[in-house]
Design a protein around this ligand. Structure first.
Ligand code: FPP
Length: 231
């Protein structure tokens, strides 16, 4: 994935989302955090099902960061089990709706059964025309370090060679990065790719995020003037 988005019609092709606020959504309702994450998966499902009319080529979701291992064992188990359930229940939907699954991050070090499920899902969705990239065990600094190490194997460390070795090398340039829940930081997500992306921070907690919120973000994006450092 190169540095500068190329589309000229003002339309976003690639949106990434830091899905934040599941825990606070649950806390506000005196519910366990696990329920917040469950509702978070429902928000993911709604969004993926509503993607078609939005004309996006790629949606990237931050589902599990390399820092999320610091959470309690039971919360990590809940998140991994939700992942298993999500792949199992939604894979037929992806295939039927022309969605190509992509995984970014150090996902091959996850539990072997999850790795197997993901490999199968990648294979089954390989011909889809719209990409859904899920970041799993993902950290942006680690991604850049891995890409630079690969570039160095060929003695060629340039921004182009690093970009060509990022996990996102076969995704369109990132146009818009959204974070929910009112937090204003990147949390090690798509650090390289965000170089020229627009940013949108919304107060909505992730379980309350609806396709209409994304549609609004896309229409705001289309109004923004992007200069990529020029005038
Ligand atoms: C942040 O909420 C969210 C996460 C750590 C993970 C996001 C995961 C999901 C939406 C579910 C799994 C996704 C898929 C694709 C199956 P938080 O717990 O940090 O919320 P808080 O800051 O309010 O506590």
């Amino acid at each position: 994935m190169g540095d500068q988005p190329t589309q000229s019609d003002g339309r976003a092709r690639h949106v990434a989302i830091i899905m934040d606020g599941n825990g606070r959504w649950a806390k506000k309702r005196s519910l366990p955090r696990a329920i917040g994450h469950q509702r978070g998966v429902e928000a993911v499902r709604r969004l993926v099902r509503g993607l078609e009319p939005m004309g996006l080529d790629c949606l990237t979701l931050y589902a599990f960061s390399s820092e999320n291992w610091k959470r309690s064992e039971s919360e990590i188990d809940d998140l991994m089990n939700l992942m298993r359930k999500f792949i199992k229940s939604d894979l037929p939907d992806f295939v039927a709706n022309d969605v190509q699954l992509k995984i970014i991050g150090d996902w091959r070090s996850l539990a072997p059964d999850i790795v197997g499920m993901l490999e199968n899902a990648l294979e089954q969705t390989a011909n889809g025309s719209k990409k859904l990239a899920v970041a799993l065990n993902y950290g942006g600094q680690n991604e850049i370090a891995r890409a630079a190490a690969k570039a160095a194997e060929h003695g060629d460390i340039t921004s182009d060679s690093i970009a060509a070795n990022l996990d996102t090398h076969d995704l369109p340039p990132l146009d818009l990065l959204i974070r929910t829940s009112g937090e204003v930081r990147l949390s090690n997500f798509l650090l390289w790719q965000a170089a020229y992306a627009e940013m949108l921070f919304v107060d909505t907690l992730w379980p309350d995020f609806k396709p209409e919120h994304l549609e609004q973000a896309l229409s705001d994006f289309a109004q923004r003037e992007r200069r990529y450092g020029g005038r």
